[in-house]
Structure formats: C-alpha cells, structure tokens
Design a binder for this molecule. Structure first.
Ligand SMILES: C[S@@+](CC[C@H](N)C(=O)[O-])C[C@H]1O[C@@H](n2cnc3c(N)ncnc32)[C@H](O)[C@@H]1O
Length: 284
C-alpha cells in the first residue's frame, strides 16, 4: 500500500454508518433491510448514554441526528420540487435510506449513492432485495482521492452537465480536519460550476464553546472517536464563520440553517437547548 493510499484509507469510520443506519430504521425512516446487527448492537450499548444525555441536556444523540437528517430531507425535497434538481450525488451515503426513499418518490431522478468499497458492497446487497429504479445506483468514491476511478471527478463524469444537480453529504465532514475537508469542498465547488444549478447540502457540527451543552458535545467527540478510532473535530465557531468559509471555498450563495429556527416549518424533534448541528446549503 502506498503512503497516499494509507492516508486516504478512512474505512475505520464505516462502523458509524451501521449506527446511524439503525437510528433511521428505529425511527421508522427506513426499511428493515437497512438495519444491521452491528447497528442494533451499537444502538443497545448507547441506550443508557442516550437516556442520561436526555435527562441532563434535554436532548440525546438521536435528537441531533434526526434534526440533521430531516432538515436535509426537507432541503432535498425543495430542491427537487422548486429548483428542478434531477441529479443527486450522495457522498458517504452509508446505510442511509434517503436514496431509496427519494428515488421511489421521484423515479425521474438520477440518484448516485457513493461510499468506500466495503460499504458500497453492503449497500448494494441491501438494495438488491428492494425494488430500485434504473437510475438509482451505488458506486465507490473516496472523497480524498484526487483522481482515478474512485475520485469525485469520476462520479461527476457520470452526470449530464445540462441538468440541475445536487450533492449531499451527511455525517461525514466532522471526521476530517478542517483544511482537509475544505480542500474537498473546493473541489466540489469547482465541479458544481459545470451545471446550470449546482448545490451542495451538508450537515456540520460547529465548535459552539459557549453552548450550555458544550461539555456533552466533548463527551460525544470522545465517544465517536473511540468507536471510529480517530478524531471528530468541530468546525468553525459561528454561523458567520461557516458562511464565510464556504464562500472562500468557491460557493457564492451560502445559507446556514439552524434546526432550532425551523420548528414551525419542518417536523423535527425539539431540543431543550439550541441545536448543536447546522445544515449548510451552498450554491455555486
Ligand atoms: C457516520 S457515517 C454516515 C452515513 C450516512 N451518511 C448517514 O448519515 O447515515 C460516515 C460514512 O462515511 C463513509 N466514509 C468514511 N471515509 C470516507 C471517505 N474518505 N470517502 C467517502 N466516504 C467515507 C463511511 O464509510 C460511512 O459510511
């Protein structure tokens, strides 16, 4: 294995997809096929921690996972129905049912789910037992790969440059140090320039040091780090910093959504304290 391949090998993170996949299943957002025994096991282990967090902080891990998942879904729905998006690339899709759900609802969509090879194989097995559309597929893509068959560029080559296009990532960006993920965002922004509409939607956990639940976030960082054998850094100190960062990375129009401000318009679980997660909608 070359040095480059070694640093680009982040497959240790894939275990986290079993957990989030099980959360979507547990909350009736997914079909039985998406739940794995590893996910069920992780969910059981974390049940007492979730209960303590709920009592102490007024929200648990599921609360913020569901907030991010449902706000992203809401954005995707709007981009399809109001902005004519017909092509979607979902990066690091893991065991998320989103590609399946949206392709069933909007069969005209080209929906390309991507992930690392092991997870792609797993997802293909899941989808093989479900009625998927002809234009819904799962392919390999390592976001750190600058070129070659598993690069972002190779996935973009599969799209029609004349169609409004959306890229989604969920539960991915906080596994990387900011300069590394920013270089991915810069490459994404360049690719999205080639489409009549080019949008990127992602979740992001900022470093909200003044937040009343900050110490629980630090617990969560340790927990995620333990399970995935790595770091889980928080990015940017405020919504304004996020907006400026994305603009510097090549996105002209950036909206930072705080789920706490969407309780009236999106059906999501409420947290007692302000939300800890943000959804970014960035356009070229
Ligand atoms: C927390 S899971 C999120 C899965 C899914 N998006 C969700 O929200 O349920 C993180 C995902 O990132 C994928 N991943 C890790 N490193 C990656 C990389 N370098 N390129 C692409 N995907 C990667 C993992 O395989 C895993 O599926």
């Amino acid at each position: 294995m070359t040095e480059q391949n070694r640093t680009n090998d982040t497959s240790r993170i894939s275990i986290s997809a079993h957990y989030t996949g099980y959360v979507w299943y547990h909350h009736q957002l997914s079909a039985d096929e998406f739940a794995t025994s590893a996910g069920r096991w992780a969910y059981r282990i974390l049940t007492p921690i979730n209960a303590i967090l709920k009592r102490l902080a007024g929200a648990n891990i599921d609360t913020f996972l569901l907030q991010r998942h449902l706000v992203i879904d809401h954005q995707v729905e709007q981009l399809i129905t109001q902005h004519g998006v017909t092509q979607i690339i979902e990066l690091a899709a893991g065991l998320s049912p989103r590609g399946y759900r949206f392709s069933q609802k909007y069969p005209q969509l080209t929906y390309i789910e991507t992930d690392l090879p092991g997870m792609v194989e797993r997802k293909q097995q899941v989808l093989a037992s479900l009625p998927v559309t002809d234009t819904h597929r799962v392919v390999r893509c390592n976001i750190l790969q600058q070129e070659g068959e598993e690069s972002l560029a190779a996935v973009f080559k599969q799209l029609d440059p004349l169609q409004p296009t959306l890229v989604i990532s969920e539960g991915l960006v906080n596994y990387f140090e900011l300069p590394i993920i920013r270089s991915v965002w810069q490459r994404l922004a360049k690719h999205l320039q080639n489409f009549p509409v080019g949008v990127y939607v992602t979740d992001l956990y900022p470093d909200l040091q003044e937040h009343p639940s900050y110490r629980y976030v630090q617990w969560a960082q340790k927990l995620v780090g333990f399970f995935t054998r790595g770091q889980w850094p928080l990015h940017y100190r405020s919504d304004t910093d996020i907006e400026q960062g994305f603009q510097q990375d090549g996105f002209a129009h950036v909206t930072v959504l705080n789920p706490s401000q969407l309780y009236d318009s999106v059906n999501i679980p409420h947290s007692k304290t302000p939300s800890l997660v943000r959804i970014i909608c960035a356009q070229r």
